[in-house]
Each structure stands twice: as structure tokens, then as C-alpha cells.
Design a protein around this ligand. Structure first.
Ligand code: 3MF
Ligand code: MG
Length: 342
């Protein structure tokens, strides 16, 4: 049993509260200030986008290299580690209609070059993983792109990354929709299918975000179990989601404690973390928080996770087996609920 979970989050999880309908509501903490929160809140891992590390993804390599080295120094001085780097392929003027699956050859070239740079940046900050959240790799309308060619382009992109660096691993973080109407690779299972077609499937795995699974109408703990069986669950973005709407990134367990419990329980049973995997959070502070109270969602999510670990460990496993054998799932239901409410 893994008794020593390590936690991570990305600097975007401490934010100014802007949403698609309104401007920032609190002043942004500087990056240096955000870094100080990590240890204070009990976190050791920092998740990055490429342009969280360097000031511009389009700058010359000499400048990016110096900035990445400086970031590594800041992390080392604070005893922090970089968990992964994700190329932010969805904000650039060239990637308005997608990056890897764009119809424009110029855009696809940009996406690949930028992603290779993200790998080089990852190596400098000490991360062994590149995360791909294929934000705009889908369509707003079916006829806009060739879906078969698009799937192939994702495989070609992965092959080029795997060949660019012989140690880098790719973690696909799949999400069925938002910003697109439909993503081409909406779930973990879809992505693992593609992983098996690459030049080195052993270096392709997944990061599962709770809310993304829920948005696909799936249970996150079963998604995790599926990836765990394949030995492909290399990171998680724990959070919560209240139904099928925009990606809310609520605090872990804030909507459905039992659903959160089942994620913790499946991670526990599989000894998740034994190979250094982090408990990553991808949570947003409510827009209504003040600047001073805008890290409580991180504190709360971590505390809820750890409390659920205690509940997973104190659950009467023999009783669960007995009730499974007796097929008495009504009694099992009560056992679980009583375990929560006493
Ligand atoms: C989108 C996400 C993102 C990704 C991050 C890393 C804001 O729904 O979950 O978090 O996790 O961009 O690729
Ligand atoms: Mg995420």
C-alpha cells in the first residue's frame, strides 16, 4: 500500500477568476508568489504548460533554454519537481482550427515544432513526461475536417515526438468536448487504441481527469481502472463536476463524495504512486473568492483526498467480499454510505 502520496498542481490553478463572461475579479499572484504556495499547501510537484516555463513559446531557443534553466533553479531551491510540460497548442493565432489536426500544413508544422520544443523544455526542468490535451483536435461541425486523416495525424505527431527524444513519455489527457463540439479522441480508451499504433507504445500512457470522464458520461474510477489494468495510468487530474455542462474543475469530492471515494479506492488498490506518479489536481477557485482566500480549493481537495484514503483503508474489505458473494448489493450500499456518515 502506498502510504506516501505526492501532490501536484499547475500554476493556472491559482488564478484571477476571469471566465468567458467576465473579466478578472482578483489580482493575479506573480509566478514567484505561486511557487511559494506549493510547499505551504503540501504539494511537491509543479505541472507546466510550455509557456508557463518560458515567457514565449515562439522565442528563440537560446532565450527559452536560459529561461528553462532558471526555472529549474527556482524549483531545485524550493525542493519542488516538475511533473510534466504540456504544449499549449490551443491559444495561438495559427491554431484557431486546431493544431495537430488542422487542415493547414503550416499550422501542423508549427504544432510539431512547438511540441518538440516543449519536450526540450521538459528535459531541462527535469520532467520526463509531455502531456497532450488535444483541446482543438476536433470540430465544431462534422464536415470541417477529414476525421480519418485527423486520427492519422495524431499518430504521426506522437511518432515524431517519440523519435525526437528517446526518453520522453507522452500522456494523453482526453476530454470529449469543450472547446470543440466533439473531440476526435474523446476518452482514455480511444487514446490507448492510438497509443498501440505508435512506434513505441511503452512510452505512451494517460492522465485521467475526473471531470473529463464525467463529461463523457463515464465514471472516473472505472476509467482509471481501465488504464490501471493496462499499466497506463501515469497521472491524474482529480476534481469534480456537477453534471453535463462546462468543465467546472470543482474541488475534488465537492459534488459527489462517493464518486470521489471510488477514485481514491481504485488508486489505493492498484498501489498508484508506487512508481512516483503524482496525485495531480486540476481545480479552479470559485470566482467569488477573494485573492487572499483563492488557494482554499487546493487545500480542500488535498484534505478531502487524504480523508478518503483513510476511509478506503478502514473499509471492512472482508465484509465487502461477503456481500459481493451473497449478491446483497442493497446491504453493500448501506455499508458504504454508513462508512461515510457513521
Ligand atoms: C482542460 C484541462 C487543462 C489541461 C492542461 C494540461 C486547464 O480541460 O483540463 O487544464 O489539464 O491544459 O494540458
Ligand atoms: Mg486537466
Amino acid at each position: 500500500m502506498n502510504t506516501n502520496y505526492r501532490f501536484s498542481f499547475g500554476p493556472w490553478n491559482i488564478h484571477s477568476g476571469a471566465d468567458p463572461f467576465g473579466p478578472p475579479v482578483r489580482e493575479e499572484f506573480s509566478f514567484a508568489e505561486k511557487l511559494e504556495f506549493y510547499k505551504q499547501l503540501g504539494f511537491d510537484g509543479v505541472q507546466f504548460h510550455d509557456d508557463d516555463v518560458v515567457s514565449s513559446a515562439d522565442a528563440l531557443w537560446s532565450q527559452q533554454e536560459a529561461e528553462a534553466k532558471q526555472m529549474r533553479k527556482l524549483l531545485d531551491e524550493r525542493g519542488l519537481v516538475a511533473e510534466f510540460v504540456a504544449p499549449r497548442l490551443w491559444e495561438h493565432p495559427l491554431t484557431i482550427d486546431g493544431a495537430i489536426t488542422a487542415n493547414s500544413a503550416e499550422t501542423r508544422k508549427y504544432a510539431l515544432e512547438r511540441s518538440k520544443r516543449a519536450v526540450d523544455i521538459a528535459r531541462i526542468v527535469g520532467a520526463k513526461d509531455l502531456v497532450l490535451w488535444p483541446a482543438r483536435e476536433g470540430t465544431y461541425m462534422r464536415e470541417a475536417k477529414d476525421p480519418i486523416a485527423s486520427v492519422g495525424r495524431l499518430v504521426e505527431w506522437m511518432n515524431a515526438i517519440l523519435e525526437h527524444d528517446k526518453d520522453i513519455r507522452i500522456l494523453g489527457e482526453m476530454k470529449p468536448n469543450e472547446p470543440m463540439d466533439h473531440a476526435y479522441v474523446p476518452t482514455t480508451g480511444h487514446f490507448l487504441g492510438l497509443a498501440s499504433l505508435t512506434v513505441d507504445p511503452s512510452r505512451v500512457g494517460t492522465l485521467i481527469e475526473s471531470a473529463h470522464a464525467i463529461l463523457a458520461g463515464l465514471d472516473p474510477s472505472d476509467e482509471m481502472a481501465y488504464a490501471l489494468y493496462h499499466k497506463k495510468l501515469w497521472s491524474v487530474h482529480l476534481n469534480d463536476q456537477n453534471g453535463l455542462k462546462f468543465d467546472e474543475d470543482k474541488s475534488f469530492g465537492a459534488v459527489d463524495l462517493r464518486r470521489a471515494f471510488n477514485q481514491v479506492w481504485v488508486l489505493e488498490r492498484a498501489n498508484y504512486g508506487q512508481n512516483g506518479e503524482f496525485i495531480g489536481l486540476d481545480v479552479k477557485a470559485l470566482r467569488t473568492q477573494s485573492k487572499e482566500t483563492s488557494t482554499k480549493h487546493l487545500r480542500n481537495s488535498r484534505a478531502i483526498f487524504l480523508r478518503l484514503v483513510e476511509l478506503a483503508r478502514s473499509l471492512d474489505a472482508a465484509k465487502v467480499e461477503e456481500l459481493r458473494a451473497a449478491r446483497d448489493y442493497e446491504e453493500l450500499d448501506l455499508l458504504i454510505v454508513k462508512h461515510f456518515i457513521g
